[in-house]
Ligand binder design. Structure first.
Ligand code: FEO
Ligand code: CA
Ligand code: CA
Ligand code: CA
Length: 629
């Protein structure tokens, strides 16, 4: 087995919790049937659109060509590139101090536990910008730390002692920081009252059905209502009442114990919590991360956390009503009748797509605290005939004892109702111009090959049409009657990524809106701008060879939802992922996240020379200062 530290999150999960290989007759039959269905027309732009007729007559199609830029080519250099007429600038990097009493980032030592607690965290991912009077406040997730880089001052990039573990821990969580613009250049405002780090040691309130349940009680919190910290937040969401939603993803790898033979419960296993940690070492410095000493602590992570970034004294709230799984992002929609609908993916091979519907309705200026605390949770079931339904998760439908249990063991609840296993649902985004929602299904090498972690089959078909899916696709759905609370929908595929120069024919070449000039793999970040243009960010294979030849470094593209046209807008430096997207209040700046540049030892972006590579947030503007979103 490879060193566990070097594996991707998904490969780590499988290494510690192997699942059986399956290739039975039923599955082969399923695959054959679904391929036939696929060609009946669920690829919108590769064949006959499933709901193409309605789409083509929607108002979103009325606009002429909405791309305000010329497509750019791929990049394999250690640079960030944008189209002619645009410029980019680094705004804030991992390790930049937020307060003037903290030291500047030290490339030799890469900081200490104390300096990291006062600096921008590592691996920025989902983010949002909020306007407060004339102030601009950015809040960003710091998903994880690049261990070999943050400990790059140590032999073989391994932690040496408790402060190294603490430095890694403090690089996690969230960062809020005030930004200011002068003559088109953005910078952070040191010592601003808005500046704040939410490290894994900051107290947060547990709300919703799981609050106070026995499974949430720990040594330090016998009431099960207050948890320290949020970590491994991937994508994000934002509410119409101005709060930020941070989404906890691969939380399992932080839990470990000395006894490698220790047997955890089946419920823990479903979430990938085992005695084998991923090498962060938090169990070495805090007993709550030891699965023997405090087994329930892991049940308190894997949620969506609501944060008011504009009130530096606010206490973040973990919203257990939105379920516990490896959350990617949380796309909030205000339905026509005022109900709040939140769409959420669970990013692991063969996991599910979820929807939350508030019981109350949103009214601007009204009470909003209960909206994400009190509601119904659903999981998606897709049919091969291009329709689907939302299945409600309740004690009755799942056989569980309470809603608390449904909200803590949500994956198991979803398996019980027969939800559709998906190709790793990443970001979800709703079109502001039409009642339709898109979700990146990034890739899934286990599709049609292995079950998910719960033993659910992963048949080839429906929105997951390729065995051992290596390129990914974007599925979209339209709720019946344009009502996001409706329990049924119609779906199709917006794009099937692929490589038409390597695979001249067949599904590996991608749908018809993929060509040699715009091809990419592993769509992940996804966000509509206010004009209804769909921005697609990739977290894929950047080898630029074999199946991925001609695709270069990770990138950001824009897609027209109406015509299916996709253009490449930005390319990132070596070994990075592009993730996280938001706009300045005046929409003249687009903030784009560059995560883990040089993650495998090649690249020194953004500082160059022999410097440590650093995740960073970049401001992209038009040279003429025009609108960018
Ligand atoms: Fe953190 Fe699913 O990406
Ligand atoms: Ca992601
Ligand atoms: Ca990803
Ligand atoms: Ca990532």
């Amino acid at each position: 087995m490879k060193n566990l530290d070097d594996l991707s999150f998904d490969d780590f999960d499988e290494a510690i919790n192997p699942r059986p290989e399956e290739c039975d007759f039923d599955r082969i039959m399923d695959a054959a049937l679904s391929r036939r269905d696929l060609f009946k027309g669920v690829i919108a732009f590769g064949g006959v659109a499933a709901f193409g007729n309605t789409l083509m007559s929607s108002p979103a199609t009325a606009a002429p060509n909405r791309f305000a830029f010329d497509a750019i080519g791929i990049n394999t250099e250690d640079t960030l590139n944008v189209p002619p007429g645009y410029n980019s600038q680094v705004v804030v990097r991992w390790g930049d101090p937020l307060w003037s009493d903290a030291p500047e980032f030290d490339h030799a030592t890469r900081g200490t536990g104390a300096s990291q607690a006062k600096a921008m965290g590592d691996n920025n991912d989902g983010m949002e910008v909020y306007a407060h009077g004339d102030k601009t406040v950015l809040i960003a997730n710091n998903e994880y730390c690049n261990r070999s880089i943050i400990w790059g001052n140590r032999e073989e990039g391994k932690a040496d002692g408790a402060d190294d573990y603490l430095k890694g821990m403090n690089a996690h969580g969230l960062t809020a920081v005030e930004l200011v613009e002068n003559d088109g250049e953005w910078s952070i405002v040191k010592d601003s009252p808005y500046n704040r780090r939410f490290t894994p040691d900051v107290a947060m309130e547990i709300t919703g059905p799981a609050a106070g349940h026995d499974l949430m009680k720990t040594n330090a919190d016998p009431e099960g209502k207050v948890v320290l910290g949020t970590f491994n937040n991937c994508g994000n969401g934002s509410t119409p009442w101005g709060t930020y939603l941070a989404c906890e993803e691969n939380f399992n790898g932080y839990f470990a114990t000395e006894d490698q033979e220790h047997e955890v419960s089946a419920e823990m296993k479903r979430y990938g919590v085992t005695p084998k940690g991923r090498g962060y070492g938090w169990d070495q410095i805090d007993d709550r991360f030891d699965v023997v000493k405090d087994p329930n602590e892991a049940n308190r992570h894997g949620y969506v956390t609501e944060v008011n970034a504009l009130d530096p004294n606010s206490t973040p709230k973990k919203r257990t009503a939105l379920g516990r799984f490896k959350h990617e992002n949380a796309e909030v929609v205000v339905n026509g009748d005022g109900h709040i609908v939140v769409y959420m993916g669970d990013d692991e091979r063969g996991e599910f797509l979820y929807r939350f519907v508030s019981n109350g309705v949103y009214a601007p200026g009204g009470e909003t605290d209960s909206l994400l605390e009190d509601g119904k949770l659903y999981v998606a079931k897709f049919s091969d005939d291009a329709t689907g339904q939302w299945l409600e998760l309740t004690p009755e439908s799942t056989g569980m004892a309470s809603m608390a249990e449904v909200c803590i063991h949500t994956r198991i609840a979803a398996s019980a109702v027969g939800a559709t296993t998906m190709d790793r649902p990443e970001w979800v985004s709703a079109n502001p111009k039409a009642a339709e929602v898109y979700c990146c299904l990034t890739n899934n090498k286990n599709r049609g090959v292995k079950t998910n972690a719960g033993g659910d089959e992963t048949p080839v078909g429906g929105p997951n049409p390729r065995e051992a899916n290596k390129y990914g696709q974007i599925v979209r759905w339209r709720p019946t009657d344009a009502d996001h609370t409706s329990d049924t929908f119609a779906w199709d595929l917006y794009v099937l990524a692929g490589n038409p120069s390597v695979h001249a024919e067949g599904l590996e070449g991608g749908s018809d809106n993929v060509n040699e000039g715009n091809m990419f793999n592993s769509p992940d970040g996804l966000k509509f701008d206010s004009n209804g243009l769909l921005w697609i960010q990739t977290d894929g294979n950047y080898s630029n060879e074999k199946d991925f030849a001609g695709q270069g470094n990770n990138q950001m593209l824009a897609g027209d939802p109406a015509t299916g046209e996709i253009r490449r807008f930005l390319t990132g430096p070596k070994q990075c992922e592009i993730t996280g997207l938001t706009w300045s209040p005046d929409k003249r700046t687009m903030f784009v996240g560059v995560q883990h540049p040089g993650e495998r030892g090649e690249g020194n972006w953004p500082d160059g020379g022999d410097s440590a590579p650093r995740s960073a947030i970049v401001a992209v503007r038009r040279d003429d200062g025009g609108l960018v979103g």
